[in-house]
Design a protein around this ligand. Structure first.
Ligand code: AMP
Ligand code: MG
Length: 429
């Protein structure tokens, strides 16, 4: 990973009133965005393998799509000059199939039976859908007055894409429609950014991995599994480093190993007050890391920066330990930064408005991310209810939710019936 060109102190100096013990969400997001540098390493992939990958160059269309004027309907291609104020009867001169054009010409008073996608005979400019015709036989059709207007149901050459036009732009995360579009241009391979390598581990003496006995006072490590899921969905290459004990030597060794093998490191736990003392020392020794208290709930403590070991560097996201906090800080800080590192041109997922079914207590001066269930009420409007207990350790609240209710920094308590912003967990991709 290339070292960041600016220090965190330089990035932070652009913000007024910066206080690491009270960082508004938007400021933390901005510092991260300004500090991160994208990877730049391109590989060429076959079209199917490129799904979900980040396009590394603009794709210019080598052809017009469609390559001919063609019919949008099954019906009859005709010359609109033949139409008048009364019904007209036209002679059927032949048939145009998709992939097999009508061979002859079309004289005035004639039409051609035409299938969807078939090339328009050059003399014709309009298609009347089959069901609008009267008395259709093999030889004649009657077009009722006013049944079609000139140019109806004709698709133009190049109306989807013109030759030389940018079909897809660099930075795009390729979706199913993009693969189809590229295929429609006859493109078999595309340049994409290599996958981002992300190392992650959990910290905590109380953590046990699945398969180990759950000793008194211990918990199973769940964060590595939520992180595995979230990182996999982003399309990262994962280096799962397991659980690291709360001791300085283990932490330093893990951070160095991660740094030497990955572009980004995500840790969970050990950044809250009390736990953070030696973490702070080690991270400070290895690089340029800030410890923040963010004005948010859940997910207040977080470390961010860049560390180096043996000439290799990596960006570091030290997320809190609580299972909900780790997901919220991932979604609202790490996700966007990792996409940026991948070279993706990705804006934050959109917020939508929904009516809160109940009152929600909230103090101005911090951003709250409550877990919600969005549904449609009997009038067809979106409504949202909170999943119940919102403790940052209650992972069930994330499981039950289908969205996050975002209560912004300046916002106070919400009354039942008020509109609130929500961010959906799942979309059509
Ligand atoms: P910490 O930030 O290390 O003080 O952890 C805060 C809380 O989150 C503690 O109750 C931890 O037991 C819990 N916790 C930390 N890491 C994990 C993890 N990987 N899986 C489940 N719980 C965790
Ligand atoms: Mg801990």
């Amino acid at each position: 990973m290339n070292p960041s060109v600016r220090s965190l102190a330089e990035v932070v100096s652009c913000l007024s009133g910066y206080d690491p013990d009270a960082v508004p969400v938007a400021d933390a997001q901005r510092i991260i965005a300004d500090f991160i540098t994208p990877i730049d390493c391109i590989e060429q992939l076959a079209l199917r393998s490129a799904l979900g990958r980040v396009l590394a160059r603009d794709i210019i269309s080598p052809i017009d799509v469609p390559s001919h004027d063609n019919s949008a309907m099954d019906g009859y291609a005709l010359r609109s000059a033949d139409l008048g104020d009364a019904a007209v009867t036209l002679a059927v001169a032949g048939t145009a199939y998709a992939g097999r054009a009508h061979a002859g010409s079309v004289a005035p008073g004639q039409c051609v039976r035409i299938m969807t996608g078939a090339v328009m005979p050059p003399e014709c400019d309009t298609v009347i859908p089959q069901e609008f015709t009267l008395h259709a036989t093999q030889l004649h059709i009657t077009v009722p007055a006013g049944a079609v207007r000139s140019g109806d149901n004709r698709r133009f050459r190049g109306e989807d894409l013109r030759i030389g036009q940018a079909a897809l732009c660099k930075g795009r995360i390729l979706r199913p429609a993009d693969l189809g579009l590229l295929a429609s241009l006859g493109i078999a391979e595309v340049p994409v950014q290599r996958r981002l390598r992300v190392a992650f581990f959990s910290t905590g003496d109380e953590l046990r991995s699945i398969g180990q006995p759950l000793d008194e006072g211990c918990v199973y490590d769940s964060n590595r599994y939520t992180l595995h899921g979230m990182l996999t969905r982003l399309g990262c290459d994962l280096i799962d480093m397991g659980v690291v004990k709360d001791d300085p030597d283990s932490l330093e060794a893990a951070l160095r190993h991660a740094c030497e093998n990955a572009d980004a490191i995500i840790t969970s736990g050990g950044v809250s007050v009390g736990a953070a003392d030696y973490t702070r020392d080690i991270m400070a020794r290895l690089g340029d890391v800030s410890f923040w208290k963010i004005g948010m709930r859940p997910g207040r403590p977080m470390a961010f920066g860049q560390i180096s070991s043996n000439g290799q560097s990596a960006f570091l996201f030290g997320l809190p330990g609580n299972p909900v906090a780790v997901m919220v800080t991932f979604y609202f800080f790490a996700r966007q930064a990792l996409l940026h590192m991948m070279g993706a041109d990705a804006s934050a997922p959109p917020l939508m408005r929904a009516r809160s079914t109940a009152a929600i207590r909230k103090k101005p001066g911090r951003t709250e991310y409550q877990r919600g269930i969005l549904s449609t009420d009997s009038d067809g409007c979106q409504q949202v209810r909170i999943t119940g207990a919102q403790g940052s350790g209650i992972l069930r609240s994330m499981v039950e939710a289908n969205c996050m209710v975002v209560l912004h920094d300046a916002q106070g308590s919400v009354a039942a019936g008020d509109l609130v912003d929500v961010m959906l967990f799942d979309g059509l991709t």
